[in-house]
Design a protein around this ligand. Structure first.
Ligand SMILES: CCc1ncnc2c1ncn2[C@@H]1O[C@H](/C=C/CNC(=O)c2cc(-c3ccc(F)cc3)cc(O)c2O)[C@@H](O)[C@H]1O
Ligand SMILES: [Mg+2]
Length: 214
């Protein structure tokens, strides 16, 4: 029976990466995507930009929209200090199952809470489910037409505070025009574009970092 790409990506991690070593999991996925099959992970060029923003913010509470295979969950959580947590939302059960195993291989299951479901349904429940009031950091990497509605939902649910940082992947390719227009023109955000390339390619893409001003 044929396997799926996420299953083949997980197999590459299980074969090549050292259990409990997040960096080796990251390297194994990047190697797989460069040498075997492209996959939509933030990757090894945009990834260090994500790392630097996470380190700068040093979030006590972080949220990720769109786990996929867990590559960016591992990138983010490996940088979080003890006692902090990453909540990542994924609605595709098969992808969630793969991501849990990738996260487990990295030894980060105590720092990452993967919740299965649609972000639009789950965001309003975050405060109650996890006993948090606001998110210090949000990484948006799910369906591109969901970035703006989910940002507005985070505002409505008062899950952002003065200084909360949003980092959005793929603002050029595939592109998130309505989200970009909103964060770049709203007086409530201070936005900055980090130019880079679409993962594992020479196509232009980048990350948009937006600070909520309250
Ligand atoms: C309902 C809300 C909601 N709630 C919870 N989980 C959700 C969700 N909406 C989506 N998900 C999950 O997130 C992941 C989807 C991510 C979507 N990402 C891209 O489409 C993308 C594409 C390219 C690219 C492809 C082809 C090219 F040619 C060029 C570029 C590059 C990239 O970096 C990309 O991120 C999957 O796991 C979904 O199950
Ligand atoms: Mg992406």
């Amino acid at each position: 029976t044929s396997s799926t790409r996420p299953q083949r990506l997980l197999r590459a991690v299980q074969r090549k990466a050292t259990k409990g070593d997040p960096q080796s999991v990251i390297s194994a996925i990047d190697y797989f995507c460069r040498n075997s099959e492209w996959a939509m992970n933030v990757g090894d060029e945009k990834g260090p930009i994500l790392d630097s923003v996470v380190c700068e913010v040093s979030p006590a509470t972080a949220l990720e929209l769109g786990t996929y295979c867990g590559y960016s969950s591992v990138r983010i959580a490996r940088l979080l200090p003890v006692g902090t947590k990453l909540i990542t939302l994924e609605f595709h059960p098969d992808y969630a199952c793969i991501a849990r195993q990738v996260i487990q291989h990295a030894g980060l299951e105590d720092k990452i809470f993967l919740v299965e479901g649609a972000s639009g349904d789950l965001i309003p429940k975050m405060a109650d489910m996890f006993g948090i009031s606001t998110f210090d950091f949000v990484f948006l990497d799910h369906w591109k037409d969901r970035y703006l509605p989910d940002l507005k939902l985070l505002e409505e649910c008062q899950l952002l505070r003065k200084g909360s940082v949003l980092l959005a992947d793929n603002v050029i390719c595939p592109g998130t025009p309505d989200y970009l227009e909103y964060v770049r023109n709203s007086p409530r955000y201070e936005s900055r574009y980090f130019q880079s390339h679409l993962e594992y390619t020479k196509v232009e893409d980048g990350l948009e970092k937006s600070v909520f001003l309250g």
